[in-house]
Design a protein around this ligand. Structure first.
Ligand code: HEC
Length: 170
């Protein structure tokens, strides 16, 4: 009896295995989740290629700023003066610009040599670049350092010197 039992048990196991393997095979052949695709989005070809790093060059160095600006050029300064200063100080520095009437204190008369010639280059540079407040004067005289480069200020100063009467003696 034992033998028969063993045999039938074996048979049962075999049958079971066979069935199972078929079933399992079917199961294993059941639709698998599709492979994630595209595996890599860049392989789809629509992602822009980053430029090769070898192309990256250091930004061009700016020309070294000279410690002291070039001497001002009055003719170049005339243009900036008309744009930035004439509305208050007047086209010829008479303090009669279109905006001047409403201002108190009045814009300085750059044609007034008696006063203007007493101001040194550094006095002028200071008040033009950093504004009236920086020298204890009216904030109506704005700081121009944001709008004008040091060289432009030098040019404007050179032009202002040509306006003075009596003439400015360096
Ligand atoms: C919005 C009007 C206005 C504009 C624009 C203006 N200024 Fe003035 N500026 C004044 C006023 C007002 C004063 C007088 C300040 C005071 O006496 O307190 C003055 C004074 C000055 C003085 C005399 C400072 C001193 O020590 O007495 C200089 C120099 C000057 N301005 C240069 C310039 C230059 C250069 C520009 C153009 C880049 C300019 N200003 C543009 C209003 C202006």
């Amino acid at each position: 009896m034992k033998r028969i039992e063993q045999t039938s048990l074996l048979a049962a196991i075999c049958l079971g295995l066979a069935l199972c393997s078929t079933a399992c095979k079917e199961q294993s052949e059941a639709p698998k989740p599709p492979p994630a695709q595209p595996l890599n989005p860049t392989e789809a070809g629509d992602a822009p290629e980053p430029p090769p790093p070898s192309d990256a060059k250091p930004p061009p160095k700016e020309a070294p700023v000279p410690a002291a600006a070039e001497p001002g050029d009055p003719e170049t300064g005339r243009a900036d003066y008309q744009i930035f200063c004439a509305s208050c100080h007047g086209p010829t520095g008479d303090g009669d610009g279109a905006v001047a009437q409403g201002l108190e204190p009045k814009p300085a008369r750059h044609s007034d040599g008696a006063y203007m010639n007493s101001l040194s280059h550094d006095d002028l540079f200071q008040v033009i670049k950093f504004g009236g407040l920086s020298v204890g004067k009216s904030p109506l005289m704005a700081p121009w350092g944001g709008a004008l480069s040091d060289q432009q200020i030098e040019n404007v100063i050179a032009f202002m010197r040509t306006l003075a009467d009596p003439p400015y003696q360096p």
